[in-house]
Design a protein around this ligand. Structure first.
Ligand code: GDP
Length: 538
């Protein structure tokens, strides 16, 4: 196909207008509220309240999501698409509870940028910190939104300092608050040199607020009093101390633009949308084992980063969430699952237009599509039009918690294994088979994963599992490179440690230890063995 054929130029222009990002925060910082306001301001929904309503109606749709209802949290991440200023924005939600799962990490591999929501009273909280580590490791550009300025919160300079230290990124304020709480008067737009005046309420939409020109208009002191004077002093300081914003530094994950607002009052939302379309990158190239793939390439390819079971309990289906990496997807096209060589001809592929699941006609790089299937697709699978490509970068993290799992009724051992196999493939939990003994081990990064698995084993596979404490606390995948003795040395290690070795779902050898110091001792005794806290799917 020549570069100037109609479809090639369409792919190019469609890729250019895609923005795919995740929204991350600690629970209660206002992620759901902001998500809803982004949809509202982009015109994707007409009335506020529908995201919350969706949260509520989702509870009714699935049995195992009982847990979600009971605990008032969102177990599953979801995807939304909206259009704004000629851009197509794909927004991926991340579960916010501290008992979050590995799913959250993987969602971050499917995006090109992240929007971080911070509660201005609480600053950077633990959940945000964990997500940030993943963003940092991938140099994901981050836009920062400091929320709840309508409350008595921390001083903006202190917040800026904290975010800078926690992120290890330079913070560049794009707006600066004038006052807070009862005396929140609005924000100074430091780039456009004007003030946006705050008024509480949820009724306003785009372009509806009072804007005053200039940063030091003489009328300000009279109208906004000491809050204005304080803000002026701070702005002076910030302008001296903070560097100029650089798009390159932002894209490299070294600078983050910071905005202040109040999501519940629709204040500061427009600026975030503008920042996303103006600053956030379009989909970029992606590394596969074989080569690097450009998003504008004519042939379709994508990678499965999340599998969700039983979204519709009437069908007992599993939906594979696929990030399109290149080319043009059309409904009914013939695709290949590279790992198995199996052909896939999905006719019911869905997209996620502003929260409704809709049948999809086409998609481009950056889009997320959902493919219903019955176990044909696994996490990390690459799908192409035929080329043997395997995308890299889908992480599996060494679990931080372990449990033993047995069946109450020994006649159900087979069902337990089948159930765990499937749940393992979905990434709901990691399953390890110790070399010694017959009891399977479960590994997770969040406590909730165990509860979800126990619940689903019972309700979907009819197995009452006994999930009990395990003595293990740390796991590392092990390998040995050829120059250090390769497979032979690895076997020597495995044989010598067989009482604490196990194999995971893809038969990768894993060493399990009870205490971190024990791991250090093993590491120093076996200098030729490599110990990995992260495994990439291949
Ligand atoms: P999430 O857990 O991060 O999704 O947080 P939510 O969006 O559910 O918000 C948590 C609580 O904070 C809710 O009661 C919101 O109404 C409230 N909230 C969100 N944004 C603001 C804000 O700008 N100001 C104030 N005062 N409350 C807010």
């Amino acid at each position: 196909m020549s570069a100037d054929s109609p479809i090639a130029s369409r792919i190019e222009s469609e890729v250019k207008r895609r923005r795919t990002f995740a929204i991350i925060s600690h629970p209660d910082a206002g992620k759901t509220t902001l998500t809803e306001k982004l949809l509202l301001f982009s015109g994707a929904i007409q009335i506020a309240g529908s995201v919350k309503a969706r949260k509520a109606s989702r509870h009714a749709t699935s049995d195992w999501m009982e847990i979600e209802k009971q605990r008032g949290i969102s177990v599953a991440s979801s995807v939304m698409q909206m259009e704004y200023r000629d851009c197509v924005i794909n927004l991926l939600d991340t579960p916010g509870h501290q008992d979050f799962s590995e799913d959250t990490y993987r969602v971050l591999t499917a995006v090109d940028a992240a929007l971080m929501v911070i509660d201005a009273a609480n600053g950077v909280e633990p959940q945000t910190r964990r997500l940030l580590q993943v963003c940092r490791a991938r140099n994901t550009p981050i836009v920062t939104f400091v929320n709840k300025l309508d409350r008595e919160v921390q001083e903006p300079l202190a917040l800026m300092d904290e975010i800078e230290r926690e992120l290890g990124m330079t913070v560049v304020p794009f707006t600066w608050p004038v006052g807070m709480g009862k005396h929140f008067h609005g924000v100074m737009d430091l780039r456009q040199e004007r003030m946006r005046v705050f008024s509480p309420g949820e009724d306003r939409v785009a372009g509806d607020e009072e804007v005053l020109d200039g940063l030091d208009n003489p009328a300000y002191a009279q109208r906004f009093g000491m809050q204005y004077e304080q803000a002026q002093g701070e702005i002076e300081l910030v302008r001296e101390a903070a560097p100029e914003f650089s798009l390159d530094e932002f894209l490299a994950g070294r600078q983050t633009p910071m905005f202040f607002g109040s999501a519940v009052n629709n204040f500061g939302v427009q600026e975030i949308l503008d920042a996303l379309v103006e600053l956030a990158p379009q989909p970029g190239e992606r590394a596969a084992l074989q080569r690097v793939v450009q998003p504008e390439e004519p042939k379709f390819s994508g990678v499965v980063f999340k599998i969700q079971a039983n979204m519709d309990p009437a069908h007992r289906d599993r939906i594979a969430f696929l990030r399109v990496a290149s080319g043009h997807f059309e409904r009914g096209m013939r695709l290949k699952v590279v790992r198995s060589g199996k052909e896939l001809r999905p006719n019911t592929v869905v997209s996620f237009l502003s929260q409704r699941r809709e049948l999809l006609d086409e998609a481009f790089a950056g889009d997320i599509i959902g493919i219903p299937n019955h176990g044909v697709l696994q996490l990390g699978d690459t799908i192409t039009e035929g080329e043997a490509l395997q995308y890299t970068g889908l992480p599996f993290f060494a679990p931080e918690m372990f449990r033993s799992v047995e069946v109450a009724d020994p006649l159900k051992t087979k069902q337990l294994k089948a159930g765990l196999q499937q749940l393992g493939e979905e990434g709901a939990i990691q399953v390890f088979r110790p070399i010694a003994g017959s009891v399977l081990l479960l590994g997770a990064v969040g406590q909730l994963q165990f509860e979800v698995v126990a619940h689903r084993l019972e309700h979907e596979y009819g197995v009452k599992a006994r999930i009990t404490a395990s003595r293990f606390q740390v796991a590392r995948w092990v390998s040995c490179s050829p120059e250090d003795g390769g497979e032979k040395e690895l076997k020597r290690f495995i044989d010598a440690n067989d009482h604490r070795m196990a194999y995971d779902a893809v038969d990768a050898p894993t060493v399990l230890v009870e205490y971190a110091p024990e791991l250090r001792a093993i590491e120093s005794n076996w200098p030729k063995i490599k110990f990995h806290a992260l495994r990439e799917h291949a």
